[in-house]
Structure formats: C-alpha cells, structure tokens
Design a protein. Structure first.
Length: 201
C-alpha cells in the first residue's frame, strides 16, 4: 500500500526491518531562548526608563531640592554607570536567547557568561538600592514636616518591598536558573542542536 512504512534489508542474514525513526527536536532551546529574549527586552526598556527618570526626575526636583532627599535630586554616578552596564548586558541576553532559539551551540557559553556577570550586576544594584533607601529613610526621619516624608510614611515601606522583590527576581532568578541549566543539566552546546538528525536508539 502507498502509505505503508518502507522497509529495508538489514545485515547479511537478510533480515527485514523498518526504516529507523528519528528523534524529534527538543523544545527546550526555543523555550529558553524566547524567555531570554523577553527578559532581555524588558531589561533594556526598564534600564533605559530608569536612567531617563534619574536625569528627568532630578531636573524636575531640582527646583524644589529642599523638598526631596538629595539622593533623588543628585543621583550617585555609580547608579548611572551600573544602569548603563545592565542595559548592555540585557542586549547580550537578547543575543544569547536568539542564538539558543535558533538551536546554535554558541547559545550555551553566551548564557553562562551572561549569567555569571548578571549576578554581580544584580548584587551591586541591590546594594545601591539598599544604600539609597537608607539615605531616604534618614532624610525622612530628619524632615518629617516635608510632603515627601509624609507620603513615604504612608506607603513607602510597601514600595520598597516591591522594589526589592522585583530586583531580586530579575537580578538573580533567571541568571541562577541558566547557570544550573547550562552548567549542570545541559553540559554541551551540541545538545542545543540535537534531535532532528539523531536516530532513536
């Protein structure tokens, strides 16, 4: 019949066997790649917005400098430098994600490199945020009559917790996952391209 699976003769004994099946391509490279592309894009957008707000917010608050914490009206240079580096590193994540989604072995070392440095960037960013919040809290305690201080006392604690939560997730969750995934689970870049041309044992 036309739809029957073709047969071939295997070995010298004339054994009849079905044509070997081939393993389907694993779906994880595409999934990992897409997630990296999405997170990298968010990193670029959020990073650019954060740096833009530092300069725009500082200029807007500058006219009323005494009504806001100095860390807002005159942001530390380290925050801007780390923000720029984080944007560049997010671009690397986008490239690593695209490479992995395209089932290219280079996606593995690119992810490992990105994750290793991203954890350091995340730790520095978290430290900067902690220092910034400490300065804001000190200023609020010293200037309780200011409008900003009153607003912070009403809802500043919740905002800080949300900020730490988001920073912890984006700064450490995906980098740690990719380190484990590509460092301990998928130890070879060839596993990214595996599947279509590999016969099932």
């Amino acid at each position: 019949m036309a739809d029957e699976k073709p047969l071939y003769v295997a070995g010298n004994a004339g054994e009849i066997a079905a044509e070997p099946d081939f393993a389907p391509r694993p779906s994880w490279p595409k999934v990992i790649g897409i997630i990296s592309i999405v997170l990298g894009s968010l990193g670029v957008l959020c990073g650019a917005a954060g740096i833009g707000w530092q300069f725009l917010g500082a200029s807007m608050m500058g006219a009323q400098a005494g009504d806001f914490p100095p860390v807002y009206t005159n942001p530390p240079l380290l925050m801007t430098v780390v923000g720029v580096i984080a944007i560049l590193w997010s671009i690397l994540l986008i490239v690593a994600g695209s490479t992995t989604a395209g089932r290219k072995p280079a996606g593995r070392p690119m992810h490992l490199l990105w994750a290793s440095v991203a954890i350091v960037i995340g730790a520095i960013s978290m430290y900067n945020q902690t220092q910034m919040q400490a300065e804001v809290a000190r200023w609020v305690s010293e200037n309780p009559e200011k409008r900003f201080a009153k607003q912070q006392k009403m809802g500043g604690g919740l905002g800080s917790m949300i900020g730490y939560g988001c920073g912890g997730f984006f700064g450490f969750a995906w980098p740690l996952f990719t380190l484990v995934w590509f460092g301990a689970v998928k130890r070879s870049g060839a596993q990214i391209a595996a599947g279509a041309d590999e016969p099932v044992a």
